[in-house]
Every structure is written in C-alpha cells, then in structure tokens.
Ligand binder design. Structure first.
Ligand code: PGA
Length: 233
C-alpha cells in the first residue's frame, strides 16, 4: 500500500450490500480503501477488488487452523473468499467475547501464515490523558506482537472511550500515542479509530504519526467515505 491516508471501514454486524460501495465509487479506482464486512458478505465484496481496487478485510478469525470449532472461521477460509486483511482484538470482541491479548497474538500469527495482514486494535478503556494511553498501549503491544514480524502488521489505536461516542481525543493526544506506537514496535501503518466522521476527518488526518483511520459508524455511509477520500487527496 502507498502513503495515502488509509480508510479501513469496519461494517460491524450491519447488512450493507456491496452495491452501495459500488455506486459510491462509480468509476473511481482507489488504492487506499479496505472494507471489512461480516463473514457472509466477504465473497460478494471481493468482487469489488478488480474493478475498483478496494481491498477486503474480515472482522475476526479463529486462532486454530481447522477442526472441531463450531461457529468459528479459519484464516484459510478467509483467504479462500478473498480477504487480504483482518481486524483482530477489536474492543467489542474483548468486551462481549472475553478475547485475551494472548489469543489476539495467536490470531495475528495464523493470519500472517496465510498472507493476511492483521489490523490489531489497541487502546485504553478510560479517558485519562495521553501519557496514560501511551503506557496502556505499550503494555498491550508487548503481548499482542510478541514473536511477530511487526513490519507486516497494521496497528489501530482505538481509545475505547471514543468508539461510537463522538468524543474524540485531541490531535496532540492522537499524535503522541500513534508516534510512540510506530517508533516502539515498527509496524507498517498506524490507524486511528473512534468516532471518525465527516465532521473531524480533516483534522485527524493532520495528526502526526497517523496513516489512516479504522472507521465504524461512518463506514455505513459509503458516499460520505468516498467524499472524504476525495477531499483528502
Ligand atoms: P466508530 O467505531 O467509528 O463507530 O467509533 C470505530 C470502531 O469500532 O472501529
């Protein structure tokens, strides 16, 4: 991927057919958009790859390669339907499915073995300033990146208190945390996530150390996503 501001759209558990992204993109070819639909729609979204350049990601993966794991989806299966990226360690998985940092590390490992780029989420739960966030994220990264080649990984800094709340950290805070992440772990890209929208994207895109955004709510409005991408060109 290039140096353009990266838009990673996490559709979460929402039905949004690929045609809405197709219509929003019209005849544009983009190289800085990753769409992460639910498992069932990955194959349908993969059809946008050739014509529009869109990259496709999953929202989760099982850390095991195959076998008796009812309800789980393996890295090989994701690759098979066209996923090249996969979000791991999202705070909603931590909250509702008790995902541990050790498990996130295993998931990232198996994704790399299948040539899928992990987008690993980290971030503090409580709003306590940039110094606290830096320390919190550093401790998380020590575990989730253990034994992995960070150069092949995208890290998403998502302060949990900012997700879906409209409460966004200052650019100074975002820069301090994202710059530290890049410097200490050497990952390929650092994304910011949490209430990213058409109201704040220009400002966030200016934050030092930020290579793109992991976007939840706003990604359900493909027209707005494409407009933001155009305006940041
Ligand atoms: P949000 O979600 O943009 O709706 O805050 C971000 C995320 O959960 O990745």
């Amino acid at each position: 991927m290039n140096n353009k501001f990266l838009f990673a759209c996490n559709l979460k558990m929402n039905l949004l057919q690929p045609k809405f992204y197709r219509r929003a993109l019209k005849n544009k070819f983009v190289d800085n958009l990753i769409v992460c639909p639910n498992f069932c729609d990955i194959k349908a979204y993969s059809r946008l790859k050739n014509k529009f350049g869109v990259k496709i990601g999953a929202q989760n993966v099982c850390e095991k390669p195959s076998g008796a794991f009812t309800g789980d989806v393996s890295a090989a299966m994701l690759k098979n339907v066209g996923a090249d990226y996969c979000i791991v360690g999202h705070s909603e998985q931590k909250k509702y499915h008790f995902e541990t940092l050790a498990k996130i590390n295993k998931k990232a490992k198996i994704l790399l073995e299948h040539n899928i780029t992990p987008i690993i989420c980290v971030g503090e739960e409580i709003k306590k300033g940039a110094e606290y966030a830096k320390k919190y994220v550093k401790e998380e990264l020590n575990i989730v990146l253990s034994g992995l080649d960070a150069k092949k990984i995208i890290v998403a800094y998502e302060p949990i208190w900012s997700i879906g709340t409209g409460d966004v950290p200052t650019n100074q805070h975002i820069s301090a945390v994202c710059t530290q992440i890049k410097k200490t772990c050497g990952c390929s890209k650092v994304l910011y996530g949490g209430s990213f929208s058409k109201n704040n994207y220009k400002q966030i895109a200016e934050a030092k150390g930020v290579d793109g955004a992991l976007i939840g709510g706003a990604s359900l409005k493909p027209l707005e996503i494409v407009e933001m991408m155009e305006n940041l060109k």
